[in-house]
Design a protein around this ligand. Structure first.
Ligand code: PHE
Length: 340
């Protein structure tokens, strides 16, 4: 072998040694599959890997040096393959095994959520009315004919009792079919039946009507029912209570407007509109408790007097929070609910 050929062979050996050392360093530092793949391309890549470059050098060696050069090349190639395999195994098993548990780390904080806007509205209404002396009371959601209609002077032929306007539960027992209450005025009756005047109560709860859901209707909604029974009560007191309530709830100045209306259980009866932020919105109904209702619960209509009102909770919540479609309250979309 000529000196020149021997020198070229030595240079080839040196290059292969450096290549193996570099591969060992890079693969020892590889922590994931991506790093190993990058190393595989750098050293064993079919087109421009460093082994491929070394193979080209091998082709240029003197014929006398080729057998030794070929042996060195095969050795280096096998060494790189082995390094890749070892690294691959190490990373693979690390990714499979569970991460070590550090018991001193703080636990995972679970999201706590918050009150639904309707529940929050109910609590606020109860709180405001409480300050005006109105005690919060509850009534059942499944009612009988007496409490939902008869005691409220809603006669059997009144359209409000139509099966198409109510969720009756027991049509078979036609005598006194139960129904999901269509109004919270039922609670007026239940309270007056069991207590003596004077009374100041407020009742907030669900009511049900088979309405098609749209931006302002839903088959289930909430009402706030107020009842005040005290000597000398007038419509002026009713208006003051509603105005105080509305100003406290909405904030700032609220105007209350009465429009003549009719409810079988109040006389006179009015629709209640409220103006806040330059817009009038209908909020519900009200009036002086009808003598027939007072008599039905065993009060003496010549002595006892009072007012009642019923407002839509969704309406006042929508007004306050700027919601223009009450269906949003019940879609359970957290993107909506999170805003409150
Ligand atoms: N109960 C009536 C309704 O649901 C509202 C109302 C309550 C009217 C109390 C007068 C007095 O429409």
């Amino acid at each position: 072998m000529t000196d020149v050929a021997a020198t070229a062979l030595e240079a080839f050996r040196t290059e292969l040694e450096r290549l193996q050392r570099d591969a060992a360093t890079v693969l020892a530092a590889a922590v994931d599959e991506a790093a190993i793949e990058a190393a595989r391309i750098e050293f064993a890549g079919a087109r421009s890997g460093r082994l491929k470059a070394a193979q080209k050098l091998l082709g240029g060696l003197d014929p006398a040096a080729k057998p030794e050069g070929g042996r060195l090349f095969n050795e280096a190639k096998a060494a790189v393959a082995a390094l890749l395999e070892v690294a691959q195994e190490r990373v693979g098993s690390a990714e499979e095994s569970l991460p070590p548990v550090d018991v001193t780390l703080p636990g995972e904080i679970l999201p706590r959520g918050h009150m639904h806007p309707i529940t929050r509205t109910i609590r606020q209404v109860q709180e405001i009315m409480g300050r005006l002396g109105f005690e919060s009371v509850d009534g059942p959601e499944v009612e009988d004919q007496w409490h939902n209609f008869e005691a409220l002077a809603i006669s059997p032929e009144h359209p409000a009792r139509d099966p198409l306007d109510n969720f009756y539960l027991s049509v078979a027992q036609a005598a006194d079919p139960l129904l999901l209450r269509s109004q919270t005025s039922t609670v007026q009756i239940r309270v007056m039946e069991s207590r003596e005047p004077p009374l100041r109560i407020v009742s907030l709860g669900r009511v049900y009507r088979p309405d098609t859901a749209d931006a302002t209707h839903y088959p289930m909604f909430h009402q706030v029912e107020g009842l005040l029974i005290e000597p000398g009560t007038t419509m002026a007191h009713l208006k003051s209570v509603l105005r105080l309530f509305a100003s406290s709830f909405l904030g700032g100045d609220v105007h209350v407007r009465f429009r003549p209306s009719f409810f079988p259980f109040t006389e006179p009866s009015v629709e209640v509109d409220m103006e806040w932020g330059g817009r009038w919105v209908e909020m519900g109904g009200a009036g002086m408790v009808d003598p027939a209702v007072l008599a039905a619960v065993g009060y003496d209509p010549d002595v006892v007097t009072g007012f009642a009102f019923g407002l839509g909770v969704e309406r006042i919540a929508a007004r306050r929070y700027g919601v223009d479609d009450i269906r949003d309250f019940y879609r359970n979309d957290v993107r909506f609910l999170r805003q409150f």
